[in-house]
Design a protein around this ligand. Structure first.
Ligand code: IMP
Length: 430
């Protein structure tokens, strides 16, 4: 069985925790897109772990963790994550990296930063991790793949062209930056090759053999539907397809083999970076949710923008991804609210819209239409069944479910691995 986990908002919905929870029943966890712009936090009895590239399933020794072909991986970050795991007693022996995955090269973060700075007021608020420039090079066919690390002569020749003819002229003429030294880069990348070599594989037969055996496979999405290159709030998006389609192209698993798609949404909404956010709360309510939900970026530490639950965004995510269910996370963050609001759609120039408009200027200037509901004003962290949840909390979840038009099968009630209310069938893989 194959389950896809994708974000239904603007990222940071708690996908890592859900993947970690479901990984208990999985044989394989695959990251299919994004890079170290993602930050997934998992809290276990051994403390807190933060992952940027390594799939969150790595804490389960029986799970094969795959960095798929759709990922762009910065080798420096990947090596640091491997080392950090080792320092904490976790040997990532089940980690494999697709030789088709692309490398974030050392010039990519620099170009990301320079490009952002030169946009001035129109900057996107990227993470400066070089993600956009790395994907752009993939599409321009001047990217380096992880497998290239194993080909010394090829690497040197290609660096001569890419660095000598494309990157250095851009850096020097457009930005008056210093040139990269090809010889130094060859040495540097050969060093990375030595460390990463044991993990590099053609993941295609490994994944397809697992499919043929009927293995339980989880596809761990990074970023989210509203950050998707095609369906998000372009240009305030990331540079990959973070929707369910991207999970297929980024892993080589065909759409016909996907059994379930879980869209993960927080019980409220957050976003990092710039761009339209109709339900944003620029007041003390937003501040309270930010503090209680610890809404500060895992990667950059930036305070996240916070707002009410947006039913139009969630329903859009359910439709774009073909969600079979929704997981509603961090609901406990709303425990102390005397009342809660849900956006059901937007009013713009006399018309009602029940989904986010493609035109981001309309999305920026629309008026969200809200429904107000009484809060539950009780801690839900110890609830483990639907019946345990306070009546007002259940009413809120039911209204969200109606708006999403997909069953809410999991509810996150706290940061720990076990803090879930599961409404759907158990075990989840069946
Ligand atoms: P980039 O992916 O670094 O190019 O950033 C593009 C946009 O996506 C920015 O608004 C980032 O804040 C946002 N973004 C990228 N990755 C994540 C994530 O994992 N969570 C939330 N926002 C993200």
């Amino acid at each position: 069985m194959v389950i896809v986990i994708v974000g239904g908002q603007w990222g940071d919905e708690g996908k890592g925790k859900l993947v970690d929870f479901l990984a208990q029943q999985a044989d394989m966890v695959i990251r299919a897109q994004g890079g170290n712009n993602a930050g997934h936090t998992v809290v276990t009895e051994h403390g807190e772990f933060k992952f940027q590239l390594i799939p969150s399933g790595i804490l389960h020794s029986h799970v094969t963790c795959v960095i798929g072909n759709g990922v762009v991986a910065d080798p420096r970050v990947l090596i640091r994550e491997i080392e950090q795991l080792r320092e904490r007693g976790v040997e990532p022996q089940n980690l494999i990296i697709s030789e088709r995955a692309h490398l974030v090269m050392s010039y990519h973060p620099l170009l990301d930063k320079l490009e952002e700075e030169s946009r001035g007021d129109d900057r996107l608020g990227t993470t400066w991790r070089g993600i956009g420039p790395a994907y752009a090079d993939k599409i321009r066919r001047i990217g380096f793949r992880i497998g290239d690390l194993q080909k010394q002569v090829f690497m040197r020749k290609k660096l001569d062209f890419v660095v000598g003819k494309v990157k250095n002229p851009t850096l020097q003429r457009l930005y008056t930056e210093e040139a990269f030294d090809n010889d130094h880069m060859v040495e540097e990348y050969l060093g990375y090759a030595q460390v990463l070599d044991p993990y590099i594989r053609d993941t295609f037969p490994i994944i397809h053999d697992a499919l043929d055996r009927g293995a339980n496979i989880l596809l761990e999405g990074a970023q989210s539907t509203m950050l998707d290159l095609d369906f998000g709030s372009y240009p305030y998006v990331t540079s990959s397809n973070c929707t369910a389609g991207g999970a297929c192209t980024g892993s080589g698993i065909p759409p016909t083999r996907i059994n379930k798609t879980v869209v993960v949404c927080k019980g409220y909404t957050t976003r990092v970076g710039y761009g339209p956010f109709p339900t944003e709360l620029l007041n003390h309510v937003g501040d309270a949710i930010r503090e209680r939900g610890n809404e500060f970026g895992t990667v950059t530490g930036r305070p996240r923008r916070v707002g009410w639950f947006d039913g139009a965004v969630a329903r859009y995510a359910v439709r774009v991804n073909g969600a079979t269910s929704v997981a509603l996370t961090k609901l406990d963050v709303l425990d102390e609210m005397p009342d809660v609001q849900i956006c059901v759609g937007y009013d713009f120039r006399g018309e009602f819209h029940d989904h986010p408009m493609a035109n981001i200027s309309h999305l920026k200037h629309c008026e969200p239409r809200y429904e107000r509901m009484p809060g539950w004003e009780a801690p839900i962290g110890d609830c483990r069944s639907w019946e345990d949840l306070p009546a007002n909390c259940r009413a809120y979840v039911e209204r969200v479910e109606e708006l999403c038009r997909a069953p809410i099968e999991m509810i996150g009630v706290g940061p720990r691995r076990d803090q879930f209310v599961v409404r759907g069938r158990r075990p989840y893989f069946n």
